[in-house]
Design a protein. Sequence first.
Length: 417
Amino acid sequence: MRSDGTTTSSSRSTEQAQSRSALFFSHAFRPFFLASGVYAVLALAAWLAWISIHAIGAVPAFMTVAEPLHLWHAHEMIYGFAAAAAGGFLLTAVPSWTGAKHSKGRTLAFMFALWCCGRVAMWGTAVLPPVLTTVLDLTFLPILGLAAARQLAVQPALRNVVFLSLIGALVAGNVLYHLGRMDMLEDGMSLGVRFGLATFVIMIMVIGGRVIPGFTTNALRREDIEDEQQLPASRTVVNMASLVLSVAALTGFVLKLQADVVGVLAAAAALANTVRLAGWRGLATLSSPILWVLHLGYAWIIVGFAILAASLLAGWASEAAALHAFGTGAAGTMILAIMTRASLGHTGRGLVVSGPIVTAYGLVSVAALLRCFGPAALPQYFNEIMLGAGAAWIAAYVLFTVVFTPILLGPRVARNR
């Protein structure tokens, strides 16, 4: 400010930058959802570039990543892309559950910086000291867990402790990956990514069991549907059976236990989750994309268990297909569904998505269908199918990023009536 009391242009610019920064770090969903969308594109584009180089028989002159690229790809989609979305969701949802203060300002910026440092480290594993890479990548999730624990402690509830356990499981999975990367644990990298993906499947089941029947019930009641027979049913026995069977099947799969036993558990998990999902009245939501996409995301869990059972019991499919049903289909769809809904709701907008976002919802399932079933149907076109699946995924998250960047960077608006 000048001596006459007026503000210089540089001062105004500084104030505007500070204001934008304060808004961006006012709620965790803003930086983490935006980062998740952008990273979904960047990490997959890097993987497609590697597939393209491999397809033409070329060899890169220099690689910044030391580990096998398929394991790096899996790690970054789980502990990079999905972990950012989980951070944005938990640090936004938990205060709503408990009345705790939101993580914001410097605290939130610090956690976001930790996530970013982990991504930079993982893109440079060939040039950075292994211990430094490990420390940088491992730091974010424990800090996220501590922040969530402090918020949950404001109003403790046993049903919410599961989220701390799930964050702890993600930390353990990432530790396993890095132990393998440093040759301290045989097959540690593969074990780490399978463990991490299994943890996200359970997280989706827990969150889905809370929000899908609840959101669907609210929407149907707004349409004056009050008959209990037409509203979603959430039965305790079915919920517990689906969770127990799913945890058992995924544990057996991660630890590579006896194939026929794990296959039977996977088939039982698929059946239990089908009964669970059927009770949530998904067909009644077909006129509301922001609702049916939640049901679609959960349906991919059923597909994942069915493929896993077919693979282990009859050899009719590959384990990679099951992994991508869980990862691309279930996680990819549910993350997109939750990010779009939460971003609209927490910025005061109506819960109605635009045409491009509806297209994005569909494109994620196109990517999953191609990746899960394309290689078996047309093995001679493996590389083309991989590129097509990747292109569909990238297009979906580009649409999300383009549509939601102004929303995530902009101020809250008056809620539409």
